[in-house]
Write a protein that binds this ligand. Structure first.
Ligand code: 9D3
Length: 257
């Protein structure tokens, strides 16, 4: 997968792709991240990329032409790479909310171009003519699209075949089912802060799997009940959740259940 990012802060995006799982995916050639700066395509000695908003008001708007030329350069640089035209995804607070489902779909594409805005935004005519999809990463205000692009690169990059270790990939399968993760513990089994739940030390793998599933269901019910509303639980899951509810009456009460 190749991701080209059009951004006024190319170094930020390059740096973000250099660490941990994503850094290793890049080293292994599973993921390629390139950044394109609209300022390099801007005219005149000042290399202006923005201007005041038509209609007045505070804040600046990114000009069409530098962005258009940077997009064209990004498109062209990757054409030899894979045949299909790359979709242009604009990161913006007005976009559709990013979900893991969308991340999975995007992760299967050979390439894409991410467009980052700054200041008040970009000229709407560029959005209409050059953008295929508009994505937001959540309902809070960032100062630009770069962190959102980095979020997308991370979420997509880790899903590239071979990016995660075998253990992590296997775990991925059991937890990409729309539930929150269960709690995790490591040594020491007894600590000033408490003991590790006995079942995890029992060696009974079926009991451990059941306990973990129950914790996943229970925490999802406590913390993100809307996630359970969107799925139908099998009979085993329903029983495990009922058991969790019985054991957590007090806690559930405090949280309004
Ligand atoms: C102060 C400016 N805001 C007026 C109410 C509008 C605004 C413009 C530009 C708000 C944020 C931004 C910059 N944000 C992004 O580029 C962005 C973003 C976000 O802020 N939240 C969640 N997802 C995204 S994706 C891109």
């Amino acid at each position: 997968m190749r991701i080209d990012v059009v951004t006024l802060f190319p170094e930020f995006v390059r740096q973000c792709a250099g660490f941990g799982v994503i850094g290793r995916a890049v080293e292994r050639g599973l993921l390629e991240v390139e950044a394109w700066n609209p300022r390099d395509y801007a005219e005149g000695g000042y290399r202006r990329v923005d201007d005041s908003a038509c209609g007045g008001g505070p804040g600046m708007v990114l000009l069409i032409e530098p962005l258009r030329k940077a997009l064209a350069a990004a498109r062209q640089a990757a054409t030899g790479h894979v045949g299909q035209p790359a979709p242009v995804i604009f990161l913006s607070p007005q976009g559709t909310r990013l979900t893991q489902d969308r991340v999975r779909q995007l992760a299967s594409l050979p390439r894409m171009i991410l467009l980052c805005g700054r200041y008040e935004g970009i000229d709407e005519r560029l959005v209409q003519h050059e953008v295929d999809e508009e994505l937001s990463i959540g309902d809070y205000v960032l100062s630009g699209g770069e962190l959102a692009a980095a979020v997308l690169v991370d979420a997509i990059g880790r899903l590239q075949e071979g990016a995660l270790g075998d253990a992590q990939s296997a775990q991925q399968d059991s937890f990409s089912d729309g539930l929150l993760d269960c709690p995790h513990y490591t040594r020491p089994v007894s600590h000033e802060f408490g003991k590790v739940p006995a079942v995890l030390l029992s060696g009974d793998h079926a009991a451990i799997d059941r306990w973990r599933r129950m914790q996943s269901l229970g925490r999802t019910w406590l913390r993100r009940p809307e996630l359970l509303g969107n799925m139908t639980l099998g009979q085993d899951d329903q029983r495990l959740l009922e058991e969790f509810k019985r054991e957590h009456k007090g806690q559930a009460h405090e949280q309004g259940h």
